[in-house]
Ligand binder design. Structure first.
Ligand SMILES: Nc1nc2c(ncn2[C@@H]2O[C@H](COP(=O)(O)OP(=O)(O)O)[C@@H](O)[C@H]2O)c(=O)[nH]1
Ligand SMILES: [Mg+2]
Length: 328
């Protein structure tokens, strides 16, 4: 081969691919850098190795700095209508999904532990932006504790399972559910409360995402046997990605509300995302705080009402309603 790689280098590269902790991976990468023949043909490889080493050093440095006060990764500021985190085994296709649906570019690789920090990106369902967060994998060998903090804080946990390993799928799911439960997270279809219970158990809505749907014929049958609602997707072919965005939006349990003042046109490009069950007064409070005290009634365009009908301020809004605000 033109790069003339040495056996020492090839061994180090194998170790880097099999590494089960960031420390092991860093050590292997450093050996790779030390043993790679340096000439024109390997310039790009050297650059890639240096980049990976830089990233890992940055991670361990931050982890040290944050000792006692968390690693610095145990919080991802929420943006948009809500936050969905991707939870799954190494190589299940989480990063590919984030890369396919958002502006973020997490590393996609065919070896485990390529994602070492949470990577948030924004995806859209129709006119609603939502946050999708790529997490490092859950695995027997090694999972950073802050990964579970991020699952606790999420609005939705998306459990990602690869259809390329069909025979391992149910076992993987069971394992993941068990580890999550051990961290006092109760995965539910619909949550009753977002507050932590007295026993420190917190409910997090969960959905299933079967990835690599381009590889199997009948993903629907697989889905039917699983304990949470889900979708099958392929980041490769694009199959199911619209359904994925819709499912995530539905699981967030938010409604889109547009507001307008009498005689003005509503802004139909940027809806407000409010918790399902919000009233007209809630919407006015959030959108035009100064009008809340003076609110008399609103007119509604949209759900199951005559367009422009007058309703009281405690009227429960539906997804897509346009609210015209009348103050006294
Ligand atoms: N056939 C197929 N392969 C995929 C798909 N999504 C990801 N992969 C492959 O699966 C491997 C792991 O993907 P990655 O997104 O890095 O998984 P992660 O470790 O869960 O983040 C890579 O080799 C990807 O190319 C897909 O939709 N179809
Ligand atoms: Mg990844």
């Amino acid at each position: 081969m033109p790069a003339n790689l040495t056996p020492q280098f090839i061994k180090a590269r194998e170790r880097s691919h099999k590494a089960t902790t960031p420390e092991e991976k860093l050590a292997a990468l450093e050996d790779m850098l030390a043993t790679i023949p340096k000439h024109k043909g390997t310039t790009k490889m050297v650059g890639d190795i240096r980049k990976q080493i830089g990233k890992l050093r940055d991670v361990s440095l931050r982890a040290k700095k944050g000792r006692g006060g968390g690693t610095g990764y145990d919080h991802v500021a929420k943006e948009g209508a809500g936050q969905a985190v991707l939870v799954g085994a190494p190589n299940s296709g989480k990063s590919s999904l984030v890369a396919a649906l958002t502006n973020a570019r997490p590393e996609v690789a065919d070896y485990p532990f390529s994602t070492l920090v949470p990577v948030p990106g924004m995806m859209r369902f129709e006119d609603v932006p939502m946050q999708l967060v790529d997490l490092p994998p859950l695995s027997v060998e090694y999972t950073e504790p802050w990964v579970y903090s991020l699952i606790r804080a999420a609005d939705v946990a998306l459990i990602v399972l690869g259809l390329d390993e069909l025979d391992l799928l149910e076992g993987r799911l069971e394992e993941i559910l068990l580890w999550i439960e051990e961290r006092r997270i109760e995965l539910v279809v619909d949550r009753l409360s977002s507050e932590e219970g007295a026993d420190h158990v917190i409910q997090v809505p969960a959905r299933i995402v079967l990835t690599k749907a381009d590889l199997v014929r009948d993903a629907a049958t697989v889905l039917a046997g699983l304990p949470f609602p889900g979708v099958a997707v392929s980041a490769l072919s694009g199959k199911g990605l619209d359904g994925f965005a819709r499912m995530t939006f539905d699981a967030l349990k938010v409604i889109r509300i547009y507001t307008k003042l009498p005689g003005k046109k509503p802004d139909l490009k940027e809806p407000y995302a409010l918790p399902a069950g919000s009233t007209a007064l809630d919407a006015v409070r959030i959108v035009h705080g100064e009008f809340a005290e003076r609110l008399k009634y609103v007119r509604i365009w949209g759900s199951g009402r005559f367009d422009g009908q007058q309703v009281p301020s405690d009227y429960r809004l539906a997804d897509g309603d346009i609210v015209e605000i009348h103050v006294g």
